[in-house]
Design a protein around this ligand. Structure first.
Ligand SMILES: [Zn+2]
Length: 304
């Protein structure tokens, strides 16, 4: 039994064949290109689905898992695109499951990232946006509309800025890569190499440039607030951080752990651990596969 796993990102599509023992084969990644539907078809053909028991898809949002449609922000050609139906046409006769990319990241980390002992895992993707996913008692909690885990739109600052979603002071207005860069630039930062992005900001923070360090501190404080809010509701014991901004490593993780420890109130909140993704971009593929590989057949990975 195998699963075909597909990861729909804003700039790249990836796919692989995943077995219940956690081995991954024929992993292939391609740029989205000008015709994403054709890119998807050629990717599925290239990786192949022969013998697959199902197809799991993790996609950048927004998405509607009930309708099986996606409208990834960075893929304007796909608005309410019937992704699940398109994949059903490419791979007929097997179950097709769709979830958000951060939900798949969380599930993949739980299964293959050494977090299978967690009873309540929160995965967070800090990138151009901030996404999240919950795995409760080993089961991904997607919610009735498939939108559970939208941690980027938890309000962390009632006096903060307007978020594109319409709410005030969302986590994403502070902690996403572009939000961090915008804040740093407004507070006197200039990128040494000329390219003002989150990577340059992380490099400056690691070098000790005060405004860059402050940008990461601000993000750490906001993330900690959102993490502890979620943890208080769901008794979260394990938090895994992925996404491009998490590539900063301890530049983000060290102030984040300190902020979590400082802000935590109730006793049960003090036991939660915060780690960086072990699987990087493969987490989403493992999670997508796990959507269609039955839990009783999957071997856990409690190592690392
Ligand atoms: Zn928002």
């Amino acid at each position: 039994m195998t699963a075909l796993a597909i990861d729909i990102g804003g700039t790249k599509f990836a796919a692989a064949v995943v077995r219940p023992d956690g081995s991954m084969e024929r992993r292939t990644e391609v740029p989205v290109g000008s015709d994403p539907t054709a890119t998807l078809a050629s990717l599925v053909r290239e990786v192949g689905a022969a013998g697959a028991a199902g197809v799991g898809i993790g996609s950048a949002g927004p998405l509607d898992v009930v309708a099986g449609t996606v409208s990834p922000v960075n893929i304007p050609a796909w608005r309410d695109f019937p992704l699940a139906d398109a994949v059903r046409e490419l791979v007929p006769g097997v179950p097709v499951a769709l979830a958000g990319d951060a939900q798949c990241m969380a599930l993949g980390e739980w299964w293959r990232g050494g977090h299978a002992a967690s009873r309540a895992l929160l995965g967070i993707v800090v990138s151009t946006g901030v996404g999240g996913g919950l795995v409760l008692d080993g089961v991904p909690y997607l919610g009735p509309t498939g939108n559970a885990g939208h941690i980027g739109h938890i309000t962390v600052d009632r006096n903060g800025g307007l978020c594109p979603c319409g709410a005030i002071g969302c986590l994403e207005t502070i902690a996403s890569g572009p939000s961090m860069v915008r804040w740093a630039l407004a507070n006197g930062w200039s990128a040494p190499g000329g390219q003002p992005d989150a990577r340059a900001l992380a490099a400056d923070a690691a070098r000790g440039v005060p405004v860059a360090r402050l940008a990461f501190q601000r993000t750490a404080d906001a993330l900690a607030t959102a993490i502890l809010t979620t943890a208080a509701l769901f008794d979260i014991d394990d938090v895994v951080i992925g996404g491009g901004v998490s590539g900063a490593g301890d530049t983000l993780l060290a102030p984040l752990r300190q902020a979590v420890a400082k802000q935590a109130g109730l006793g049960f909140l003090h036991r939660l651990t915060v780690t960086r993704t072990a699987l990087e971009r493969d987490a989403g593929l493992y999670g997508a596969a796990a959507l269609v590989l039955p839990g009783e057949t999957r071997s856990p990975n409690r190592g690392s």
